[in-house]
Design a binder for this molecule. Structure first.
Ligand code: PLP
Length: 469
């Protein structure tokens, strides 16, 4: 029996007849039928990832509300799949809230986040009667109050704390430091409770924080939960108000380096970040046990009773459930000063559909879908189709944040289908039609291996639909 590739995932990502298969669907056939670039998602993997998060509830023995972070990927069929798996939704704009309601999430299963909410967005949220609007500042709490007054309808409000906790993720993904743009200080949260705890218009029901994305270490979650609990206890002492929930945000990491064959070409920091593996149930169990002990010692254990814990995972639900198929459209050889030659492959998938690769030097493992079982040992420089020298699958600055070359089978020709793995989060949701490139289609492989088109490829007509000339 030949050994499975390191990137293979049981019942999802595999080699069949020498080609890449997603849940039983042949990726080369998918590429032929739906054209490239193409997003491919797996229903089975989404369910698996959600089940893993549901295990948190058993581990912490407290009520848990998992709110999938729609920003990671808010395609309607993905939202529908998330909903069918019985969890709630975190939205970040009126548009995401619109999608949530349209796809059928109950208002009690929706929360609204964001730093710059408009009055219209607040009206939308209050009218729908969602579980919580997460306020980002004292100014915003006042704004919510004035909108609630205008509508003569109370609003559920949770306050976002900036806890000044650093994690080991990338600078741009830190969201819990004072230097970040998010949230309010603990004294401001307390001031809000002093002022509004008896309000008829505002039901201040919880406090919230989010540490950042792809957090490689569990320690900050325990620290964060303790800070939230201490604040909750202070709020109770000063106002007698019992909170309904504490929201610990998202940020659980995904292992982008299941296949670590290229890891040696990256810095140690990058390797640690992209190979991060945390079990959410273990992380939360630890965090809750720290807080239980503190609560017991301080006689505040009763404040944990009936308290619901909220989580807002995005990446850990959808990232490894999606990949991008791309075709090699062009190739060339470039001589190097040392007498060797670089083989270049030019694909049809640029950073306009995988923005993090450009923004954050994000690592997506690249394999050949056409020859998935061939040894991947030959070095190539790979680049996308955009008219931008930065549209390459390596770090243009030469700082080894991304591998300098990608490893693929020998003699890759034009027409070969490549797959960029783990592309399900923050890719389709952030894509844009730079260079007049119509945005790609997406398919969902159902648990019975049926292929469902969940996004049409954009047309040229769509490219000009909003222009007025
Ligand atoms: N919640 C908030 C407030 C966020 O800003 C984000 C993303 O950064 C998330 C949840 C989801 O984070 P992740 O996708 O890392 O789980």
């Amino acid at each position: 029996m030949t050994q499975k590739p390191a990137w293979a995932i049981e019942n999802y990502l595999d080699v069949k007849n020498g080609r890449l298969s997603v849940g039983g669907a042949d990726c080369v056939e998918l590429a032929e039928k739906f054209e490239t670039p193409l997003f491919v998602f797996s229903e089975a993997r989404i369910r698996h990832n959600i089940d893993r998060l549901k295990a948190v509830e058993r581990a912490i023995e407290m009520p848990l509300k998992i709110c999938y972070a729609a920003k990671a990927n808010s395609n309607m069929a993905i939202l529908r799949t998330v909903k069918e798996n019985g969890i709630s939704l975190e939205t970040n704009s009126g548009g995401e809230l619109f999608k949530a309601l349209k796809v059928g999430f109950a208002p009690q299963d929706i929360i609204l986040n964001g730093t710059s909410k408009s009055e219209e967005e607040l009206e939308q949220a209050i009218t729908a009667g969602i579980y919580a609007i997460q306020a980002d500042s004292l100014f915003e709490v006042e704004l919510i109050e004035s909108v609630a007054r205008k509508l003569n309808k109370p609003a559920n409000v949770s306050l976002r704390l900036v806890p000044e906790i650093q994690t080991d993720t990338l600078h741009g993904l830190q969201t819990a430091m004072l230097t970040s743009k998010f949230g309010m200080l603990a004294p401001e949260v307390l001031a809000a409770f002093r002022r509004w705890h008896n309000s008829d218009l505002l039901n201040l029901c919880g406090i919230h924080l989010h540490l950042g994305s792809q957090n490689p270490d569990g320690r900050p979650y325990a620290e964060a939960f303790l800070k939230l609990f201490e604040l909750l206890a202070q709020i109770f002492d000063e106002t007698g108000k019992r909170l309904e929930h504490l929201n610990l945000g998202g940020g659980f990491p995904v292992n982008y380096l299941r296949d670590a064959s290229s890891a040696g070409m990256m810095t140690e920091d990058q390797q640690a970040l992209f190979a991060a593996q945390l079990e959410p149930a273990q992380v939360l169990e630890k965090a809750v046990s720290v807080v239980r002990n503190v609560a017991k010692d301080s006689g505040a254990g009763h404040l944990l009773e009936g308290l619901t814990i909220l989580l807002e995972p995005g990446r850990s639900v959808i990232s490894d459930a999606g990949l991008v198929l791309t075709e090699v459209k062009n190739r060339k050889q470039r001589p190097l000063p040392d007498g060797t030659v670089d083989s270049w492959l030019l694909t049809d998938a640029g950073y306009n559909i995988m923005l993090s690769m450009n923004n954050y030097d994000w690592y997506y493992h690249c394999i050949s879908a056409s020859h998935a079982d061939a040894p991947h040992e030959t070095k190539y420089k790979i680049a996308g189709p955009l008219c931008d020298g930065g549209d390459v699958y390596f770090d243009i600055e030469g700082t080894n944040k991304l591998p300098d070359h990608r490893l693929l089978p020998e003699n890759v020709e034009t027409g070969e289908i490549l797959a960029m793995l783990n592309c399900g989060a923050y890719s389709l949701a952030q894509m844009f039609p730079y260079n007049g490139r119509p945005l790609p289609a997406a398919v969902l492989i159902r648990e019975n291996s049926e292929v469902e088109l969940i996004r049409k490829r954009d047309s040229y007509e769509l490219l000009i639909e909003s222009d007025i000339w």
